[in-house]
Design a protein around this ligand. Structure first.
Ligand code: SF4
Length: 238
């Protein structure tokens, strides 16, 4: 029997990788990769790929919480036209940031987080974004999801699986996890998903979730992975 892989997680304890990978995982990933080619990239992936800049990925992730990508994308472009570094951002007033990122949800609070995060980055990290989850989650307005997004799409690491609403919903529908708590889902996915898929999983499930496996009434009839999905919890579909 193979030895269980140990994963040191960001809270400092170790999980034993004992669980089997989900059934048909290779096939599911293959089909999703084919399906999502026709769909637009999520904002974090797009900014990460275009800029390779962890700071821009981090700030756009702070902006994106509870906001659609179609709103976050243009708001990020407006803000990054004004400033692209923590030092540059601190030259702006909070009002200027608010105006640039409006109408993202909770824009006054997010503008405050952006300023405070930049103050910490300049004061404590010499204007650089730290590349460790333990440090990232101490930044104002940054939780584990944004921490993981920054590591995966900003630093191009494969050490976390970022979990947003799409990853959470689809993982439950597929029967990979059974939890409504993003941190628990992240932990479980990191136990069962083969490491080679960690980097791309968020991107695949976000695009699939934005276009096919939507939260209300998913489009199961035209879903690329419908033959492999038990549709757990789906009461209405199209
Ligand atoms: S079959 Fe339906 S519930 Fe399952 S992944 Fe596809 S769209 Fe989602």
């Amino acid at each position: 029997m193979p030895k269980p892989t140990k994963i040191k997680d960001f809270l400092g304890f170790e999980n034993q990788r004992l669980s089997k990978p989900p059934k048909n995982i290779d096939k599911i990933i293959f089909l999703l990769k084919k399906e999502i080619k026709q769909f637009k990239e999520p904002i974090a992936t797009e900014i990460g790929e275009k800029t390779k800049d962890p700071f821009l990925v981090l700030i756009s992730c702070i902006m994106s919480l509870r906001t659609k990508d179609t709103t976050t994308g243009p708001a990020a472009k407006r803000l990054f036209k004004l400033a692209k570094t923590p030092k540059g951002m601190l030259k702006l007033s909070k009002k200027q940031i608010e105006k640039a990122i409006f109408p993202v949800g909770f824009y006054p609070t997010k503008a405050k987080y952006i300023v405070k995060t930049c103050e910490v980055l300049v004061g404590k990290y010499n204007g650089k974004v730290p590349d460790a989850m333990e440090e990232l989650i101490k930044l104002p307005g940054v939780g584990k999801k944004c921490g993981a997004i920054t590591l995966v799409y900003g630093f191009n690491k494969s050490n976390y699986i970022p979990v947003d609403v799409h990853v959470l919903v689809i993982s439950n529908r597929l029967g990979w996890v059974k939890s409504k708590y993003p941190d628990k889902v992240m932990e479980k996915l990191m136990e069962i998903i083969p490491k080679k898929y960690w980097h791309d999983l968020n991107d695949l499930l976000v695009r699939h979730g934005q276009n096919v496996c939507v939260t209300n009434s998913p489009f199961c009839s035209r879903c690329a992975i419908k033959s492999y999905c038990p549709k757990i919890g789906v009461t209405r579909s199209r």
